[in-house]
Design a protein around this ligand. Structure first.
Ligand code: NAP
Length: 286
């Protein structure tokens, strides 16, 4: 299929590479053009402007946040009005997804993903997709090239973003709970690995505890796989949704403050699992 891919950060570059590997004819665009070099070497075409990547059947976007996506859609050389179906993978807010759906002349699909860059490289993402059924059907081969499973959750695109924000909140709540339990154990003389092995080997065998548990045990916070500022963005988007829908989320406030705290102490290139550092500091251990 002739497609475009916009946004070649940690996630997007891996996703675009898998689309190429699956045999699609891919045109790429990134704000910093140097990040496209490897993909061009592998056979991708380089677009000069975002709109040049949106002349085929589908254009997929994977950008940092609402502001970045707005710039690529509505800014100079943006994809608004271009012939391609827009498939948005970025983790964005509900209001922007609703606006993009209302404005899109040629269809709009929201398809945020679960999975870190390692999963993106291995084409093992989970794709949460919402939009018109015919548009979702057209995207199936593309989703199959980047992910291990696609969940269709309805015709309103922003519903996929609500699921994604809810999921990211639950990841952070799980990381916060693990960090607190590990800190408690460590202060009592039980090392983190021992605690994690018991918990994941008994009642907490879910992938989230295994993936993030290892990160916490091994202190793998630098370089960031999922940067804390992006995590803070997601918690803020979840909070906006909670305010709009009047759904109290007290735990959200705690994890958001811990992300702020770790960015303040470590800088921006720290993984969001670094909330564990804020928890440990609060308990008086380094
Ligand atoms: P990243 O490595 O920081 O890449 C961000 C991308 O957005 C880059 O291509 C960057 O371009 C572009 N960008 C930023 N501001 C821009 C602007 N104003 N105009 C145009 N382009 C702009 O981020 P990532 O980790 O790939 O994450 C991308 C999205 O996926 C985010 O919404 C994130 O929340 C979501 N996500 C991430 C993960 C993860 O584990 N990393 C997992 C699931 C979902 P430059 O190269 O020019 O800076």
């Amino acid at each position: 299929m002739k497609i475009g891919f916009i946004g070649l950060g940690q996630m997007g570059s891996a996703m675009a590479a898998n689309l190429l590997k699956a045999g699609h004819d891919v045109t790429v665009w990134n704000r910093s053009a140097d990040k496209a070099a490897k993909l061009v070497e592998a056979g991708a075409h380089l677009a000069e402007k975002p709109v040049d990547a949106a002349q085929g059947e589908v254009v997929m976007t994977m950008l940092a946040d609402d502001r970045a996506l707005e710039a690529v859609v509505y800014g100079e050389g943006g994809i608004q009005g271009a012939p391609a179906l827009h498939v948005s993978h970025s983790t964005i807010g509900i209001a922007l997804a609703d606006r993009l759906a209302a404005d899109a002349g040629n269809g709009f699909v929201s398809a945020p993903v679960f999975g870190r860059p390692v999963a993106a490289e291995a084409a093992k993402l989970f794709v949460i997709a919402a939009g018109a059924p015919a548009d979702l059907d057209r995207c199936e081969p593309l989703f199959a090239a980047i992910g291990q499973r696609t969940f269709r959750i309805g015709e309103t695109p922003s519903a996929a973003n609500l699921v994604k924000l809810s999921g990211n909140f639950m990841i952070m709540a799980a990381v916060e709970a693990m960090a607190e339990a590990m800190t408690l154990a460590e202060k009592g003389g039980v090392d983190r690995r021992t605690l994690l092995d018991v918990l994941t080997g008994t009642l907490f065998g879910a992938p989230i505890y295994q993936t993030y548990g290892d990160i916490l045990v091994e202190d793998r916070f630098h370089p960031a796989g999922f940067a804390a500022p992006l995590g803070l963005k997601d918690m803020t988007l979840a909070d906006t949704a909670a305010t709009t829908l009047c759904a109290p989320m007290p735990i959200l406030g705690i994890v958001r403050d811990h992300i702020r705290s770790v960015i303040a102490s470590e800088g921006e290139d720290v993984d969001w699992a670094g909330v564990a550092l804020a928890v440990r500091r609060g308990a008086g251990i380094a």
